[in-house]
Design a protein around this ligand. Sequence first.
Ligand SMILES: Nc1ncnc2c1ncn2[C@@H]1O[C@H](COP(=O)(O)OP(=O)(O)O)[C@@H](O)[C@H]1O
Ligand SMILES: [Mg+2]
Length: 245
Amino acid sequence: MQFGKKKVLNNINLEIPEGSVTAIVGPSGSGKTTLLRTLNLLQLPSDGSIAIDDAQIDAQHIERAKIKQIRTKSTMVFQQFNLFKNLTALENVMSPLVYNKKTKLNEARKTALAVLKDFGLEKIAAQYPVTLSGGQQQRVSIARAIVAKPKVVLFDEPTSALDPELVAGVLNAIAKLAEQDITMVIVTHEIEFARQIADQAIFVEDGEIVDQGVAKELLSTQGNGRIANFVNSLVNQGQIEVAGN
Ligand SMILES: Nc1ncnc2c1ncn2[C@@H]1O[C@H](COP(=O)(O)OP(=O)(O)O)[C@@H](O)[C@H]1O
Ligand SMILES: [Mg+2]
């Protein structure tokens, strides 16, 4: 993947088992967001291929229909929530059903309300994003991301824009999803959280996957690996705490 002449992702070879949770960690500017955006085809790859489920796209033969097919398989949860400001929480969650799946309004409302309820958000269903806390907004965007049952949900540092006291509520919402059969890819600096919910972890540096393995083993302060160095630097900066490993 390159921007102009600048190669941002290189040599990425990643397989994500269905129903698994993958944590992506790595320093700022290493290409984590670009990797997620490429998986979702918000960014078209300049080389290589991407396959989700039965849909595949090749950088050499990019077709509009294929792009659409892949995009409907995955959804993204952004750092800055990205809710539609002119729609209520309920209407935001209804929107993928109404606009992408052409679900009837009544049915979409019912489904969206049920998902909001799962996230403990039924009381704020009629409110507009501007009246909600960051934690509530992010939980609404997670509800919106899963309402139409995508194969894959991509999270880009979902808690990094939140006040510290709101982080736990959003992490709980994500942990609940991890128990279901949704395939999830999460870019996060919440190492302890990732260690608990992720199956595999990958470490990205300078646009390449430089370390990959079982999350519980890799996301640790022990050892000499690059991940251990990175985790230790976060701990030393007081950014995170990592328990018992
Ligand atoms: N739209 C863009 N145009 C040009 N360069 C970009 C663009 N988006 C990201 N980059 C560059 O690509 C690299 C990786 O960025 P990004 O994927 O956002 O990293 P991360 O999410 O790991 O912080 C950085 O050097 C960044 O400046
Ligand atoms: Mg990023």
